[in-house]
Design a protein around this ligand. Sequence first.
Ligand SMILES: Nc1ncnc2c1ncn2[C@@H]1O[C@H](COP(=O)(O)OP(=O)(O)OP(=O)(O)O)[C@@H](O)[C@H]1O
Ligand SMILES: [Mg+2]
Length: 229
Amino acid sequence: MAFVRVRDVSYRFGKRLALEGVNFSLAKGGFAFITGPSGAGKTTLLRILHGDLPLMHGHAVVAGFSLNAMARSELPLLRREACLIFQDYRILPERTVFENVALPLEVRGLPRARVAARVAEMAGALDLAKVAHERCDNLSGGERQRVAVARALAVGPQLILADEPTGNLDPDAALRLMDVFRQANTHGTAFIVATHDERLPGMIPGARLLHLEAGRLTATAEGGDGEDD
Ligand SMILES: Nc1ncnc2c1ncn2[C@@H]1O[C@H](COP(=O)(O)OP(=O)(O)OP(=O)(O)O)[C@@H](O)[C@H]1O
Ligand SMILES: [Mg+2]
């Protein structure tokens, strides 16, 4: 089965058509950017792939799971392999950075020492070591954004869906974040990254470029890792 395959996917919020006839594929370990203006449907597409919004029309396979054939009880299995980094972070504000990143590792039953080591590794990679024991509601927007990234990367999913992950980062921090993504990609993690930032795709050589305009894909430039349709 394909790793990610989207076929003729459309989505409506009431009368508003948010996605129309979207088609693309991504191979295991691939990297794709979804660009496009505000309201183009980027978040809607990521939420469908994450099983957050129902697949109303069309067919989709994500991390080897068919969204058409999947029971709701299988959603946690999908989300183990396809992590969404939300545009608004959705970290726990009253918990520390450490606690937020540790939580999904603890849920998976990792021993405490391994949890601590993995959290430290992620905090180092994302420049969060200094604030590791701060509550998240004391952090800046960019720091919170990096906590959300650290939490997703820590568990080593097959696919990361990232919604505007550099939205609150300065250009240097954005560059460093793309470096972290590139490294994880080198180790086999696939990425689909939604962004307004036209500079990001250039930071990942060979990435696939998908451009959404008013719910339609208007360009699908093939990188080296796209699957043919
Ligand atoms: N919960 C909702 N209810 C109704 N309409 C919605 C909802 N969420 C999104 N929409 C509409 O669907 C369309 C696509 O929205 P979406 O959030 O996917 O865009 P986006 O490309 O992520 O935009 P941005 O770059 O601003 O994050 C927009 O017209 C938006 O108003
Ligand atoms: Mg969005």
